[in-house]
Design a protein around this ligand. Structure first.
Ligand code: NAD
Length: 259
């Protein structure tokens, strides 16, 4: 099935975005809306959800905000049931909700920290796809993009759980892509570098020195913007990417190019 309508836009199509109350998820929800899609905003944060929905409505788009903890099967099921009830279909999914881990050597991480990071950053992607794929199959296909990270393609000291989860997202993405390529669902991942979001502010402490420290890892000499990731996600969902299957697209200003 074509991802776009006869005008080449996403008008009449429906996108589901997790972690859409902030950062990369919000920018991508807005990008889907600008292309004409109706958008389901699924995040833990009610205030953030409603703010993203309001921003989409200000653009003249349609949005539904659903409080959803992506680690809870019942929340994910309810959010996708709501998608079906309100819009009657699902075309695109961006499984993006995530958290950072405290910097700690592998053996210093607690079991609780490990479980939390893996549950939110990896298990949730499985839970979401498990409910999204049948909805897409019901009308002939769709496209899914999952958020990995630079930490999905290289190891990072002090980030064992985060890197394990993000490597896992790529393995899950590639395997599921093979399972559904012949059924009209294309599944890919994005691997952002250092992007200027609330997560990055928490990671750097929000200080000029903290920002400079992470920017020094970026050959391009700056942080990326959430909109630069959103552009890749909407492209991966478009017909222009119709032959792109099981790809983990690194968008990182060169951060991992020389490694
Ligand atoms: P962010 O903190 O701005 O946004 C993350 C969103 O996820 C928040 O709105 C938060 O409420 C939501 N969230 C957290 N736990 C949730 C849960 N259990 N259920 C539902 N929603 C939940 O961060 P961001 O930078 O926009 O990160 C988005 C994704 O990009 C994450 O998966 C992150 O790991 C990944 N990433 C970010 C960067 C970066 O530099 N910012 C780099 C690589 C990968």
């Amino acid at each position: 099935m074509s991802a776009t309508n006869e005008n080449g836009s996403f008008t009449g199509r429906v996108a589901f975005v997790t972690g859409a109350a902030s950062g990369i998820g919000r920018a991508t929800a807005l990008a889907f809306a600008r292309e004409g899609a109706s958008v389901v905003i699924a995040d833990l944060s009610d205030d953030g959800n409603h703010e993203t929905a309001r921003m989409i409505e200000d653009l003249g788009g349609r949005a539904v905000a659903v409080r959803c903890d992506v680690t809870r099967t019942e929340d994910v099921a309810a959010a996708l049931d709501r998608t079906s009830t309100v819009f009657g279909r699902l075309d695109f999914a961006f499984n993006n909700a995530g958290i950072e881990q405290p910097v700690a050597a592998a053996a210093e991480l607690t079991e609780q920290e490990w479980d939390r990071v893996v549950a939110i950053n990896l298990r949730s992607v499985f839970l979401c796809m498990k409910r999204q794929i049948p909805l897409m199959l019901a009308h002939g296909g769709g496209a899914i993009v999952n958020t990995s990270s630079g930490a999905g393609v290289v190891g990072i000291a002090g980030q064992a759980a985060y890197a394990a989860a993000k490597h896992g997202v790529i393995g899950l993405t590639k395997s599921a892509a093979l399972d559904y390529a012949s059924s009209g669902i294309r599944i890919n991942a994005v691997c952002p570098g250092i992007i200027g979001t609330a997560m990055m502010d928490r990671f750097t402490g929000g200080t000029a020195e903290g920002r400079e420290r992470v920017i020094s890892q970026e050959p391009i000499g700056r942080m990326g913007t959430p909109e630069e990731i959103a552009a890749a996600v909407t492209w991966l969902c478009s017909d222009a990417a119709g032959f792109v299957v099981g790809h983990a697209m690194v968008i990182d200003g060169g951060q991992t190019a020389g490694l």
